[in-house]
Design a protein around this ligand. Structure first.
Ligand SMILES: Cc1cc2nc3c(=O)[nH]c(=O)nc-3n(C[C@H](O)[C@H](O)[C@H](O)COP(=O)(O)OP(=O)(O)OC[C@H]3O[C@@H](n4cnc5c(N)ncnc54)[C@H](O)[C@@H]3O)c2cc1C
Length: 461
């Protein structure tokens, strides 16, 4: 793709990132801006918004991967869409540098206004061996790979005579006891249990799930009491929950642990599977820009969602969501800023769309203000945890609330219908525990047919 194929001579509102914030702003403004003679351009390497709260359910096979994504082309028809990655923002000269998904040459794109909505990346630490071994739970591809991997490990374990190899294959380690980590381990345990019940060479007691959390508690988003109940529930299902513990080193298949207090060794786990859910950090491309960022790498914005530096707001630059430090005017957020979650992201996006139009019309902007409604989490079929308006719920009521809330919240009627239909079909026919193999190397079968030697080395996540 080159600049020649893109709109010229029309005022451009450029949206960097088509996730929660970018998708919502684009959806709300696309027609109005087009009718006023401008163009909304959305740049994202993915041609869809990912509904991240559904990743644990995708990993557990309750929802098909594509149903947890909302396609840009079908829903942002009045936008100009670019499948690419913004690598640099030069706001002083109102242009970005973009690299298309084919990794071809970079090209520059001018804009009049910019919405920076690039979200976040998984937060990692310089732990030896971590990058080589672990996988995150932040993209649809990761969720699909984890699902296939866990189910494949169960099959591998059921065919080995070595107790050590079996134990290693059936040990699943998740690091990070926030919402994403807890939902991931709970949903995977639920799926693995069903898969093992269908395999008469294994017993449920062969499974080992381990949750590693550096703090003294899990799920800071729910009350302490509810979080302790979740720990008790996970332990009753056989999940080992290790609090005040972290990973010091990963030596191939050996995950070495330390106590967070005195930094003493806290044992080792031989495992094929290490899933890293230890929080998020603002998307790093923002460092390649002349916009102001704070000490945590987030874009500095005012409560009206304009990018704001020491000398006041930057004209024509907006940001929200995980990439931005948005002041939390309720005073509830840590350090005075909104926590990075979807509840804030969609509401910030709606406020931003109104403020962008207000700015165009010379009207006053309004500050973003939202009192948290609470949180809901799914912990496997018929199990959940929720704190809503200071009321704690667990078990079936919390699980129903989780499903109703997210089934309703995923954008577009198309996706809502698909998700509810899949949940319904799973209720009737049971959970699908079949892995799809060789998604990493789909040419393998063809190479084999053509007589090319195919590696039989041990697979990795
Ligand atoms: C597993 C998981 C479960 C979660 N569950 C919940 C939940 O239950 N409730 C809740 O409130 N929140 C939840 N969250 C958090 C929530 O999903 C995020 O806070 C929200 O998605 C943030 O929205 P965003 O628009 O800032 O970023 P995103 O939705 O992540 O969108 C960012 C977009 O920017 C794109 N992008 C990145 N880099 C570039 C670039 N260089 N150029 C162009 N585009 C780029 C990305 O491809 C992406 O599409 C969960 C998160 C995860 C990972």
């Amino acid at each position: 793709m080159s600049f020649n194929q893109l709109a010229k001579d029309r005022p451009r509102l450029l949206i960097v990132g088509g996730g929660y914030v970018g998708f919502t702003v684009a959806q709300k403004l696309q027609t109005r801006i087009k009718e006023s003679g401008g163009v909304v351009t959305v740049v994202d390497p993915n041609p869809y918004m990912t509904y991240l709260p559904f990743l644990p359910e995708v990993a557990a096979g309750n929802i098909e991967a594509r149903s947890a994504t909302v396609p840009h082309r079908q829903n942002l028809r009045d936008c100009e869409l670019i499948d690419g990655r913004v690598e640099n923002i030069d706001h002083a000269n109102r242009k970005v540098t973009i690299r298309g998904i084919d990794e071809g040459p970079e090209f520059e794109l001018p804009y009049d206004e910019i919405v920076v909505a690039g979200g976040s990346n998984t937060r990692t630490f310089p732990i030896p061996g971590l990058a080589e071994k672990a996988i995150g739970m932040k993209t649809i591809e990761e969720a699909v790979s984890v699902r296939n991997w866990v189910l494949e490990r169960i099959e591998v374990a059921s065919l080995t005579d070595s107790e050590d190899a079996k134990r290693q294959a059936l040990t699943f380690v998740v690091v990070g006891g926030g919402f994403a980590g807890i939902e991931t381990i709970a949903e995977l345990e639920d799926m693995a249990r069903t898969a093992i019940e269908r395999n008469d060479r294994l017993k449920v007691s062969d499974l080992r799930f381990v949750m590693i959390e550096a703090m003294g508690r899990i799920m800071p988003e729910v009350s302490k009491d509810r979080a302790e109940k979740v720990v008790a529930e996970l332990r009753s299902r056989g999940v080992e929950v290790l609090l005040n513990t972290s990973v010091s080193e990963v030596d191939r298949d050996l995950v070495k642990l330390i106590n967070m207090g005195d930094k003493s060794p806290a044992g080792e786990l031989a495992t094929d599977t290490l899933i890293w859910c230890a929080g998020v950090a603002a998307a790093s491309f923002i460092k390649n820009s002349d916009l102001p960022i704070d000490e945590r790498g987030r874009l500095r914005v005012g409560a009206d969602l304009r990018v704001t530096g020491d000398d006041g707001p930057f004209d024509g630059a907006w940001a929200a969501g995980d990439i931005a430090a948005v002041p939390d005017l309720t005073g509830a957020g840590p350090g005075g800023f909104c926590v990075p979650n979807a509840q804030h992201a969609v509401r910030q996006a709606a406020r931003m769309a109104k403020n962008i139009m207000a700015a165009h019309q010379g009207e006053p902007l309004q500050d973003y203000y939202h009192e948290g409604l609470g949180s809901v989490a799914g912990l496997g079929l018929y199990k959940g945890a929720a704190t809503v308006r200071n009321i704690d719920l667990g078990g079936l009521p919390a699980w129903l609330m989780h499903r109703l809330y997210h089934g309703y919240a995923i954008p577009t009627v198309d996706r809502k219908a698909r998700v509810f239909t899949q949940w319904g079909l799973n209720m009737v026919f049971g959970r699908d525990t079949q892995p799809l193999r060789h998604l990493h190397d789909p040419r393998r079968a063809f190479e084999k047919a053509a007589g090319v030697k195919v590696s039989d080395a041990k697979a990795s996540l």
